[in-house]
Design a protein around this ligand. Structure first.
Ligand SMILES: NC(=O)c1ccc[n+]([C@@H]2O[C@H](COP(=O)([O-])OP(=O)(O)OC[C@H]3O[C@@H](n4cnc5c(N)ncnc54)[C@H](OP(=O)(O)O)[C@@H]3O)[C@@H](O)[C@H]2O)c1
Length: 308
């Protein structure tokens, strides 16, 4: 029998991709924010009890990294308290919770890819709220999987890809941070990897053994880059892409890209309210070893975005 899956955040970058893939694997109940506001504990309990799912996929989050510095209460409510309640309700009904977290739980002082067991030390309020959410899920006793991803973008939503394309229609010169290293990851690749794992969990594709205590996995694009190199790659791909791509036309408002220079700057020169890790490459080895799932290189993912 197909499992009942409760999906949160279906309007988000990742949630909207999952909302397309998960119906192949189960009966998906995907409430809108006005049907399930994660800042309302009683609503969470009510929706969980009414839906009574076998699987909960929590793609909702408070993702405004800079705004979280001054709105910590909202970040904590959505990123920490809501996952805690989802996990507690999941435990009561024997459901599994699939949750997403971030590279920003690390401080970036490491010089080699972070593994799941590395010590955490978030530099900003968003990272702290996500880490508190992870810990609450682990402490709940619910069956769960936590997938940490990074630098997520899509052809919709609010993200670096769409910001660069818009800025490139407005400014001839872009100044972009070149001393933060990470792995830009396309939401559709995270959704596809998650759906493969859900298929395994739902028993439709083989089986898997989770060693006790290893419920956290890194799930990012392969390779590494900086925001500056990522911006240059975006403009290269945009110049080559068919100009009638609907999402590209929407991103540029149909205007030509006039940016002819991209200059590298330091984090110091780009003032932002939240501190960000200088290095946040995550090793995906455990994901591969456990589920035989891997994501392609970041540049490859970006190229694919510009092909349709
Ligand atoms: N974006 C990144 O760069 C990044 C990097 C690393 C990890 N992650 C993690 O990846 C996951 C998916 O992120 P994303 O980029 O897809 O996020 P997103 O595009 O910002 O989408 C967030 C989703 O959460 C919903 N949401 C926010 N507050 C809510 C509330 N109070 N009640 C109910 N729903 C609420 C939003 O609904 P509305 O549309 O109504 O606002 C939206 O559907 C998150 O766990 C995030 O922390 C993201």
């Amino acid at each position: 029998m197909k499992p009942k899956i409760l999906l949160t955040g279906k309007t988000g970058q990742l949630g909207s991709e999952l909302n397309q893939l998960l119906p192949k694997l189960g009966e998906v109940i995907a409430p809108k924010r006005n049907e399930l506001d994660l800042r309302e504990p009683e609503k969470i309990r009510q929706v969980m009890r009414n839906a009574s799912p076998q699987l909960v996929v929590n793609a909702a989050a408070y993702t405004a990294v800079d705004a979280a510095e001054t709105d910590q209460a909202s970040a904590l409510a959505v990123n920490a308290e809501a996952p805690r309640l989802l996990a507690l309700e999941a435990k009561k009904i024997g459901a599994m919770l699939v949750h997403f977290s971030t590279d920003y739980i690390f401080d970036g002082s490491k010089k080699a890819p972070y593994v799941e067991t590395d010590p955490t030390n978030p530099l900003n309020a968003y990272g702290r709220s996500k880490l508190t959410g992870e810990e609450a899920i682990r402490n709940s006793g619910a069956a769960h999987l936590i997938f940490r991803t990074s630098w997520v973008y899509a052809t919709h939503g609010r993200n670096f890809l769409l910001t660069i394309l818009r800025l490139a229609t407005e400014q001839e010169e872009l100044r972009i941070v070149d001393d933060q290293v990470g792995a830009p990851t396309c939401a559709s690749d995270v959704a596809a990897a998650t759906a493969k794992i859900v298929a395994i969990l739902a028993g439709t594709k083989g089986s898997v053994h989770f060693p006790e205590g290893s419920e956290t996995y890194h799930m990012t694009a392969a390779g590494q880059t900086t925001w500056y190199e990522f911006a240059k790659a975006i403009l290269e791909e945009a110049a080559r892409a068919p100009q009638d791509l609907p999402w590209l036309r929407a991103a540029t408002n149909g205007r030509p890209l006039i940016a002819s220079r991209v200059l590298p700057i330091s984090t110091e020169e780009f003032k932002s309210p939240a501190r960000r890790p200088a290095y946040s490459i995550l090793s995906n080895a455990r994901l591969m070893q456990t589920f035989s799932v891997s994501l392609s290189d970041w540049r490859n993912q970006l190229q694919r975005c510009f092909s349709h």
